[in-house]
Design a protein around this ligand. Structure first.
Ligand SMILES: *Cc1c(COP(=O)(O)O)cnc(C)c1O
Length: 396
């Protein structure tokens, strides 16, 4: 019955029954008039999630990695200079991908557990008086370390430096779970995917592209065809796709957007914060620490928990799966073997979170971790109960 257990990995996330049923549709004709009527409102609702009015929403059959590739090949040319920071596995993989495409990537190295170094970005941009840097890359939520970065502050630093570079943001593991403000933060390309906050299977890269980035596509000289923004924007503008779209995923996206908008985006963010805080209380009660260096960096979608010296985190996640049939995220890169990750995004309730905490506690005890069985669960329970009491008090 292990397959019936929820996963606690930060993507692919658990799929709500409503979404699973919505995906189970027969094939339909993506060139028929009714598809046009379906697509327009769908893309408008995606805009609401990105908090943008002006950006173009483009979806490609790909995982999030394809979204990264689409962003840089459409708006940049080989040899272009871009400024990026490395503070985890995902920021690193985006840098690697840029280099494979011949971009000249200047990397701001940061310790894992830190977020985007806003001041250093600002200093570097201020020093670039010739405006050689064409784009600034940042990972909003570093899924490897469980760190969220302040994209609004980065935008202010870019403006203070008076630098015209475009701002590209990876929001794969934050969009639809944590606040993201495309327009307010002046983001030029935001890259997301279907299998995290949208609670869908993997297979669709979801991008928002500003008018400035769309204009940059005209002069960019990187090779692109499948991921061509102009071709995709032209087709979606007429309610279609240049090739066969993943129709079942689009049907699932319709349902997922309905769920998110029914709950209300701000309520979705508050739910994530509340549940994440319970997880953090549990980690604290175990006497363990997070990889994220400071509270303002704590991600509300994933917690990366450092295991005590002398313990192997990978043995723990393997044991949790074998013994209890529950998946937790492994440590990646620098934290491989040293940390495990609890994904807490998408379809998530207090009850679900408590079951994950109870399970990893059992697995830790089985492997002689110096924790008290029930301590983390109790700490989370207290936090969740306090939330109920507050809600009752304000209703009364
Ligand atoms: C999941 C994720 C991606 C995309 O990964 P894919 O496996 O290609 O979908 C990119 N960036 C971050 C921060 C992620 O969490």
């Amino acid at each position: 019955m292990a397959g019936e257990n929820p996963v606690f990995i930060p993507g692919p996330t658990n799929m709500p029954e409503r979404v699973r049923r919505a995906i189970d549709i027969p094939s339909r004709d993506h060139r028929a008039p009714d598809f046009v009527a379906f697509l327009g409102p769908l893309l408008d609702d995606v805009k609401a999630v990105f908090k943008t009015r002006s950006a173009e929403i483009l979806t490609f059959p790909a995982s999030g990695t394809g979204g990264w590739e689409a962003a840089i090949t459409n708006a940049l040319s080989p040899g272009d200079k871009v400024l990026a920071a490395r503070y985890g596995m995902f920021s690193q993989r985006w840098i690697d991908l840029c280099r494979h495409h011949g971009l000249d990537v200047e990397v701001l190295e940061c310790p894992w557990g830190e977020g985007a170094p806003v001041a250093r970005y600002g200093e570097r941009l201020a020093a670039d008086t010739g405006h050689e840097i064409k784009a600034v890359l940042v990972t909003h939520n570093e899924t490897a370390t469980g760190v969220v970065s302040d994209v609004g502050a980065l935008r202010r630093a870019m403006d203070a430096a008076g630098h015209p570079a475009m701002l590209f943001v990876d929001c794969v593991s934050s969009l639809a779970s944590m606040d993201f403000r495309m327009d307010e933060w002046g983001v030029d390309i935001a890259v997301s995917g279907s299998q995290k906050g949208f609670m869908l299977p993997a297979g669709m890269a979801i991008l928002a592209v500003s008018p400035k980035a769309m204009a940059a596509c005209e002069s960019a000289r990187s090779g692109r065809s499948f991921f061509d923004f102009r071709q995709m924007a032209g087709a979606t503008g007429q309610g279609g796709y240049p090739y066969t779209p993943p129709l079942q995923l689009l049907a699932g996206l319709r349902e997922s957007l309905d769920m998110l908008l029914e709950e209300g985006l701000e309520n979705v963010f508050a739910r994530h914060r509340h549940i994440a805080e319970g997880v953090r209380r549990a980690v604290d009660a175990w006497g363990l620490r997070l990889c994220a260096a400071r509270p303002e960096l704590y991600s509300d979608t994933v917690s990366t928990v450092m295991v005590p010296e002398g313990f192997d985190a990978e043995a723990l996640t393997n044991h949790a799966l074998q013994a209890y049939g529950v998946s937790f995220g492994i440590g990646l890169g620098e934290t491989a073997g040293k940390a495990f990750r609890i994904g807490h995004l998408g379809m998530l309730s207090e009850t679900l979170a408590l079951s994950g905490l109870a399970t990893i506690e059992m697995a830790m005890r089985d492997l002689d971790y110096p924790i008290t069985l029930g301590s983390g669960v109790a700490a989370a329970q207290e936090h969740y109960r306090a939330g109920r009491r507050l809600a009752r008090a304000s209703a009364a």
